[in-house]
Design a binder for this molecule. Structure first.
Ligand SMILES: [Zn+2]
Length: 128
């Protein structure tokens, strides 16, 4: 069983690593997208398909990077481990199992029920 500060430090390290990984990947993708595609390339051209794939991946990664950075900020502001929905402290035992949890168990169950009933947009779900 880890103590809360240990879990927080571990989680922050993981997030920083993730941030670096995503930033590197984004750089690679941006370069790939800049490569010129023939002006007369037609629909279905492999270069175009490849570029569209990269553009989609790029925006996906940008979203993930934003979430990772938001998580790091919340740790730095001392908000890590606080439920985003009810503001109660998320128990250390839960953080140990799910260090990326942003909701306490009660709220998590509630939110999952709402999602199942289709009352909440998918993008408000907990991180992955
Ligand atoms: Zn809660």
């Amino acid at each position: 069983m880890s103590t809360r500060p240990q879990i927080i430090a571990r989680e922050r390290r993981k997030l920083v690593e993730e941030q670096e990984r995503i930033a590197g990947e984004l750089e690679r993708l941006r370069e790939a997208i800049q490569i010129e595609v023939d002006v007369d390339a037609e629909e279905g051209d492999p270069d175009l398909i490849e570029r569209e794939k990269n553009v989609a991946l790029l925006s996906q990664l940008e979203g993930r990077l934003a979430r990772v950075q938001a998580a790091i900020r919340s740790i730095d502001k001392g908000r890590y481990g606080t439920c985003e929905r009810c503001g109660k402290e998320i128990p250390t035992e839960r953080l140990e199992v799910r260090p990326d949890a942003t909701l306490c168990l009660t709220c998590q169950v509630e939110v999952e029920k709402l999602i199942k009933r289709g009352q909440m947009p998918r993008d408000q779900q907990e991180l992955e």
